[in-house]
Design a binder for this molecule. Structure first.
Ligand SMILES: Nc1ncnc2c1ncn2[C@@H]1O[C@H](COP(=O)(O)OP(=O)(O)OP(=O)(O)O)[C@@H](O)[C@H]1O
Length: 656
């Protein structure tokens, strides 16, 4: 590591004795005294004040300069009020606003300006253009959202950025309110709203809003897409997960974490707590299981995971063996069936209930809700759209997959209807509510083979119902079949007809035979699944670096400027800790030629990646007072980071 001979100094942002300031002081006579500007006259005019007290004598160049900004040569550092065009307000109306009074009087904009990663120290040479300026008093704008207006990243892969001609980050800073964002306090979506007033007292996880609705759009970098980027330039959108996918995942995560305060539901059901109802209607419906059933999301106190609990209201267990039949279901492992974890009876609901514990799939819908208008307030008036043939084939192959697993394990689905098939992702379905009839109809005399044949018929009927977009179409089978024949290809129609004839006691009527018959469709569904897999892998790779970089930034922030070591020169102002501190400035606090902050994610990512890799590339680090300069490699910074972090973790360190 090479460094200048001068030892590192304290972080003295307001260095009063800089050569630049002296030069300016010599020119004081050309500068209009600030007291004249603010108060109309200067009390020290005849007592040695070096500044000009006659506005008429101030040369035009200086006047123009004064219009732009106050400078350090002014005798008084108290900011005055400027009119909208930047000129001082006449004395009569001059008062110092509370905002201006409480503002930090001066903020130096030190031009480190070493944006290129060469070892040439360029920072000092830029001083000519650097100015001490009165801190602008700005309204608070939530930080982080600015990223939403960032359009593109400049980055050429080797960390060299050419900011002069094109800085995509200097785009419009649209006020938040303009995007319907969080401009005012009253609409802050993160404000806790215990009354539910803002959300309309959301109730159902699937149907209503959330107690504290998350404003997904605030996460979305909705800045303008720049079409004219060069091959090496990257857009922020290129670096992170696609917005719609991220939003979908975020919504699912919000639904999973949703809680329902002041609920009348039991606080605890066996080893589950935090129940949230998932049903869209309060109507008791015993049609499927013979008992009214309710579905809740709940958290397990055993493993902390979220599950769906299906409660069969009023069920009394008379035969111990009945509930043991669930054991076989717990072993079923299929991507097309909602996994069953447990079943038990409970009195937590003040009745005798049977509870099934299954996987929870946030924000899923049933096929009945999706295609048949179930759960819709305007049910009946709903104009359901025709399901395209390819989607119907997709459903068919997934259900065939589920039945194949069940039948080869000597089980039968028994429940195969649109309200008990869950749509858990785009065109992705799973059989739900299986295993229940094995418990509640344990004593039924039907053989497994018989139940499996019934599965095939139910399968066919489900397809016809979906194809007709009408829940009750099977009341008139002939009409239903006519419709199906008209709407779909002969291959699909023949497959469905084959299923509907499944009750014939024919050796050839098994799910295996059916699967052989639709093998070409299986291939096309399989191919779609492979494409989706590729897509997800590529999406995942975009997020690859995030975790690593967050950990690195966490380490840096653990070390830098710890308040308890503020006056401990050994910790903060010497050796490795010191250049870690100015490395942070190098990464995050650079300014450009005109003293404006460089907000370049490409630069930050490039620096952090090099730091993490411990590259041999050297960079020039310049102290804030510009009195010291280090030429260090990323490798050395990495070593310093590691040893500082180790030192931080030693509990005895402070004793020294
Ligand atoms: N495992 C699960 N994970 C997430 N949500 C589920 C799960 N099981 C059911 N749901 C949701 O719970 C709601 C109620 O499901 P249910 O199976 O009772 O259907 P339903 O439309 O109410 O039918 P029914 O009128 O026969 O009760 C549906 O919106 C469904 O999407």
């Amino acid at each position: 590591m090479a460094s200048s001979s001068k030892p590192p100094l304290d972080d003295t942002r307001r260095t009063t004795g800089s050569p630049k300031m002296k030069t300016r002081a010599e020119n004081a006579k050309d500068t209009l005294c600030r007291n004249v500007t603010i108060y109309g006259r200067c009390r020290y005019e005849d007592k040695g004040c070096a500044f000009n007290h006659d506005p008429l004598k101030v040369n035009t160049a200086n006047q123009a300069d004064n219009k732009k900004r106050f400078n350090v040569d002014s005798p008084s550092f108290t900011p005055s009020i400027l009119s909208s065009n930047g000129t001082p307000v006449p004395k009569k109306s001059t008062t110092i606003s509370p905002k201006a009074a409480s503002a930090a009087p001066f903020q130096p904009r030190v031009s480190v300006a070493s944006r290129s990663n060469t070892s040439t120290p360029t920072g000092r040479t830029e001083l000519g253009s650097a100015d001490w300026t009165v801190a602008d008093v700005q309204e608070f704008v939530p930080q982080g959202f600015d990223g939403a207006h960032v359009s593109a990243l400049q980055g050429n892969g080797n960390g060299i950025h050419t900011s002069a001609s094109f800085d995509p980050f200097v785009t419009t800073s649209t006020p938040l309110s303009a995007t319907g964002g969080v401009g005012s306090v009253s609409t802050n979506p993160y404000t806790h709203d215990p009354t539910g007033a803002l959300t309309g007292g959301a109730f159902f996880a699937n149907g209503g809003g959330f107690q504290q609705p998350v404003q997904y759009h605030l996460y979305a970098p909705i800045g303008p897409h720049n079409q004219n980027t060069l091959a090496y330039q990257r857009n922020v959108h290129d670096l992170f997960l696609a917005n719609d996918f991220r939003e979908e995942l975020q919504k699912k995560s919000a639904a999973t974490l949703q809680t329902l305060p002041n609920t009348t539901l039991p606080a605890q059901v066996d080893y589950f707590h935090s129940l949230v109802p998932l049903d869209l209607s309060h109507q008791k419906n015993a049609a499927t299981f013979g008992y009214p059933s309710w579905v809740y999301k709940a958290q397990s106190s055993k493993d902390g995971n979220f599950y769906a609990l299906r409660r069969l209201e009023g069920f009394r267990l008379t035969n111990e063996k009945a509930i043991r039949s669930v054991q076989a279901w717990k072993r079923v492992c299929s991507g097309s069936i909602v996994t069953i974890h447990d079943a038990f009876t409970s009195r937590s609901f003040q009745d005798s209930s049977l509870i099934f514990v299954t996987d929870y799939h946030p924000l899923s819908k049933t096929l009945a809700e999706q295609h048949l208008g179930a759960g819709n307030r305007f049910q009946g008036r709903q104009n359901n759209t025709h399901i395209p043939e390819q989607i119907l084939w997709g459903y068919m192959t997934q259900i065939a997959n589920a039945l194949k697993t069940l039948h080869s394990n000597s089980l039968a689905a028994r429940v195969l209807e649109a309200s008990k098939v869950l749509l858990t992702g785009k065109n992705r379905i799973r059989l739900n509510g299986c295993a229940i009839l094995d418990v509640v109809q344990f004593d039924s005399q039907r053989t497994v083979a018989d139940l499996q044949r019934q599965d095939l018929v139910n399968f066919g009927q489900l397809m016809v119902t979906l194809g007709a977009n009408s829940p009750n179409v099977m009341h008139n089978p002939t009409k239903a079949m006519e419709h199906f024949t008209r709407a779909y290809s002969p291959q699909l129609k023949n497959s469905v007809f084959w299923l509907l004839n499944g009750l014939q006691k024919d050796q050839d009527r098994t799910i295996d035979v059916f699967i052989t018959g639709i093998s070409s469709q299986l291939m096309s569904t399989f191919d779609s699944a492979l494409h989706l897999d590729d897509q997800l892998t590529s999406d995942l790779s975009r997020e690859l670096e995030n975790g690593r970089l967050v950990r690195l930034m966490t380490k840096l922030n653990f070390i830098n400027e710890r308040p308890e070591y503020e006056h401990d020169r050994q910790w903060a102002e010497t050796g490795e800790r010191y250049f870690l501190k100015i490395f942070r400035d190098y990464v995050f606090h650079q300014v450009d030629n005109s003293g404006d902050a460089v907000v370049d994610l490409g630069h930050v990512l490039s620096c952090l990646n090099k730091l993490d890799a411990g590259s041999d590339e050297k960079i020039t680090l310049i102290s804030r007072d510009e009195q010291s300069c280090f030429i260090v490699s990323y490798k050395e910074v990495k070593k310093a980071l590691e040893s500082s972090f180790q030192a931080l973790m030693k509990p005895t360190r402070r004793a020294h």
